[in-house]
Ligand binder design. Sequence first.
Ligand code: PEP
Ligand code: MN
Length: 372
Amino acid sequence: MESELDLKPFPSSGKDQREKPLIIAGPCSAESEDQVVATARALKDYGIGVFRAGVWKPRTRPGDFQGIGEDALPWLQKAREETGMQMATEVATPRHVEQALAHKIDILWIGARTTANPFAVEEIAQALQGHDIPVMVKNPISPDLSLWIGAMERLSKRGIRNMAAIHRGFSCLSKSAYRNPPQWDIPLQLKKKVPDIVLLHDPSHIAGQRQLIFKTAKKAMALNMDGLMVEVHPQPKQALSDSNQQLTPEGFMGILHKLGLDVETSPTHTRAELESLRSRIDSLDEALLDIVAKRMRISQEIGNVKQQHHMGIFQRERWQKMISKRIARGRQRGISRELIETVFESIHQESLARQKAHRSEAKIHSTPNNRP
Ligand code: PEP
Ligand code: MN
């Protein structure tokens, strides 16, 4: 049976242009404000536009990490404010929907365990009625295409038109290298039955281990899927959920690069961003020059005092104390020892040279022959 889903193009999918796959990335779970914001920043720097993080985690066993819950939603809001990325999270109950909407989450997804349950999907669909928010539907855990399409139909009946399907593989009893074997024929059949659906591929939950992600993502791209949703964590090994399958931002970019999918930020956006950063650097450099000039004037005054009191120009003890203090203070600010040594040695040399020059000038002026 053909499915008649009334679909609008999924936002950011570039589906009209087709040439650019939609890339969604972020940690399996939101664990802390720092982790969320730092991951979003790193991904944004690589040009990724949509961030994912699970707030409510449907874990298989009750002792597993269940997610932070509602308290994590403001972290996603903060990440959006800081990066301008769109935020996506999973909802499994009407209450989740209500809380995610209240926190202005941009995109929702329904997880594999929830898609498998028509009662739960129906309740979520009801809660979403009247809200114009994009929803992504993961395939159900079992290899049942009708259940997957049925979930999308339930949403469609409640007026959700911005929809995407996510292929995350299927549970299977036989032994496999994959955590959830892809069973490629099922997403391909979905595409046949619902040709307009945006079909994303989640290689993380299929692979279950970092090493297999490239291979499955490559195949999905070769099959013309419309994008990827990938789990990325700043310290995958310490992740509270799905630690074996999460990639570092750099590892993820390496994979996108090998897939020929490096996301480029638009040239105008890059130019504007560069210009604004450069103008901040320009004003800091101006301030730096003012400070160096001021410092030189003071060191000249010091030179006068040394001269009046017949002191040597170079005071080793003072220099050693000063440089070690500067190194320590600089290190506290994340500046390397080498940089501090180079900068302060140059400044100090210049100060000494000036004091010396001033002294010999004064000598010339004070010799009797030069007196008027
Ligand atoms: C997830 O995306 O973190 C998740 C729980 O996925 P799935 O529903 O595919 O297991
Ligand atoms: Mn996960």
